[in-house]
Design a protein around this ligand. Structure first.
Ligand code: FAD
Length: 490
């Protein structure tokens, strides 16, 4: 339901993804009037699920894994028995060979060339020797960080090609900040080194188990939206926030200007919502433009903060699954343009009609590139040919394929990104009743649980009448490791 043009709310939330919906939830429970503005027709943000002919696909494979016990309990209470507990089965595809992940030592001995393991061992020894001479080595870039820990051979074999494919830039340009958040991939090296006898101790505990809603990750947010409606929250979808109007001192937002994207020619497309406060989960650069549209310096900082976009090619297949024998496959193989292959039914049987199967191909792509706008059929056919070249030939089973796009999939931690983020952050932080939250809002590589926790925290601060302080929200992201995460899943 869209709000009336003269509507007034205690809180206006920008963005109906996990962070925005969490903020609305907390505020509605505290008895505040709330309106959520979302530019897409559907809610859920990156955590939406699309449906075609009874097949369901997330925007990239999502799973719920969180060490935040209170949040997990809240989601369980919301979803009841619609939240299923699953076990992850992931595989790495390298040079046409599949390695179970977490890696199994015997499998590596059987499959990896002995010369490669020996070379990795020598490289690793060299890195340790360098560390012994100087322990303050430069590790600002992703390449430096990985090579220092794992050596050149493993970098060249896996991390380099995969990373450059995922980010579309050289690992020399990527900040090492990202590395610490990709522990699950880094364990490839960890296990290889154990195998080579270069690292001792018991095998690491990996987060194998996770929660997943029946009907896809989007089902969680559809259910949450229903609950929010019950609490009186008003939704304005297919509507874009285009300006934040401030009071005379410029210290508080008083109105949010909204463009109705569904309006047809001749309709008045812009309305203004009066508000007591705003919690925004839109990209930080876009928020700075809402606050100060004429500021060229802020615009330059916003332009310098890149987002990696993803295209998801969803393939409907004849005949039953499983197809991959894994929930997902990391495509480290240089012959493949994609970074991962997902089999949705491995997360929940509800993702395909009975007797049918599906896969989803994750393709990083620049919106200016040909791959972003290539017609679905041509793109799917190209990617399926590539897959066939590494031994996964699904072409005879294809019913049809379609794709979905995520323009803001990953914040790119390009070297020096912090300077631009801080400048934008300082600009929006001058406003007393404006919080910026979530993955895009804080330009932070966080998962949905952290994004929701940020929404809750901002909303609590608002409900308690505190001045906005989004910097405090950074503390919520403590980069938990899979080991820590595993501990809260029953
Ligand atoms: C491929 C992939 C796989 C992932 N897998 C996992 C996983 O397994 N587990 C996990 O926990 N997390 C995963 N994530 C991360 C997860 O998707 C994010 O952490 C989460 O969606 C962040 O929520 P958010 O609300 O901060 O941002 P978003 O989900 O991006 O929501 C922001 C919303 O703001 C809206 N918006 C933007 N501008 C405007 C505007 N001007 N006006 C109105 N609305 C606007 C957008 O349309 C969007 O709906 C994955 C992400 C990707 C890309």
């Amino acid at each position: 339901m869209a709000p009336s043009r003269s509507a007034q709310f205690d809180l206006v939330v920008l963005g109906g993804g996990p962070a925005g919906l969490a903020a609305a939830w907390e505020a509605a429970i505290a008895g505040r009037s709330v309106c959520v503005i979302e530019e897409q027709p559907a809610l859920g943000g990156l955590c939406a699920t699309v449906e075609r002919d009874g097949f369901r696909f997330d925007l990239g494979g999502h799973r719920i894994i969180s060490k935040r016990a209170a949040l997990v309990e809240r989601l369980r209470a919301l979803m009841g028995d619609e939240l299923e507990e699953r076990e992850r089965k992931s595989v790495i595809l390298l040079d046409g060979v599949r390695y179970r992940y977490p890696l199994v030592a015997r499998e590596l001995v059987e499959k990896l060339p002995a010369a490669l393991v020996a070379r990795a061992a020598v490289d690793y020894g060299l890195e340790r020797a360098r560390d012994a001479i100087r322990d303050d080595r430069d590790e600002r870039t992703f390449r430096q960080w990985v090579q220092r820990r794992f050596g050149r051979t493993l970098y060249d074999l896996f991390f380099g090609p995969y990373t450059e494919k995922l980010w579309g830039l050289s690992a020399d340009e990527l900040s090492s900040d990202w590395a610490s958040q990709r522990i699950s991939l880094l364990n490839l090296a960890d296990v290889s080194l154990r195998l080579a006898g270069l690292r001792r101790g018991g095998a690491r505990t990996y987060a194998r188990r996770y929660l997943y809603p029946r009907g896809g990750i989007g089902a969680l947010f559809t259910r949450l939206a229903r609950e929010l409606e019950r609490l009186g929250v008003v939704f304005h979808t297919s509507a874009r926030a285009v300006a934040l109007v401030r009071d005379r001192d410029n210290a508080r937002v008083t109105k949010v200007r909204v463009t109705d994207l569904r309006a047809t020619d001749g309709d008045d497309v812009t309305s203004e919502l009066r508000c007591g406060a705003v919690i925004s989960s839109v990209p930080l650069g876009a928020l700075a433009a809402l606050v100060a549209p004429e500021d060229p310096t802020l615009a330059a900082h916003a332009a310098a903060l890149g987002h990696r976009a993803m295209r998801f090619v969803n393939v409907l297949l004849e005949g039953p699954g499983p197809v991959l024998g894994a929930t997902w496959v990391y495509a480290a193989d240089a012959r493949l343009s994609i970074t991962r292959i997902q089999e949705p039914a491995e997360r929940s049987a509800s993702m395909t009609p009975p007797g049918r199967a599906s896969i989803m191909l994750e393709l990083p792509a620049d919106p200016a590139s040909a791959a972003w706008s290539e017609p679905d059929e041509a793109l799917a056919s190209r990617l399926l040919c590539e897959l066939a070249s590494v031994g996964i030939d699904l072409r005879p089973r294809v019913i049809r394929a379609f794709s979905t796009h995520a323009r803001y999939a990953y914040p790119v931690y390009r070297l020096g990104y912090q300077r631009h983020r801080d400048a934008l952050f300082s600009a929006v932080s001058t406003i007393d009743n404006l919080w910026t939250v979530g993955r895009q809002g804080l330009f932070r590589y966080v998962f949905m649980d952290t994004a929701m926790e940020m929404g809750f925290a901002a909303s609590r601060a608002f409900a308690e009448g505190r001045r906005a302080d989004s910097r405090a929200l950074f503390a919520i992201d403590n980069n938990p490791t899979p080991h820590e995460l595993a501990s809260v899943l029953r």
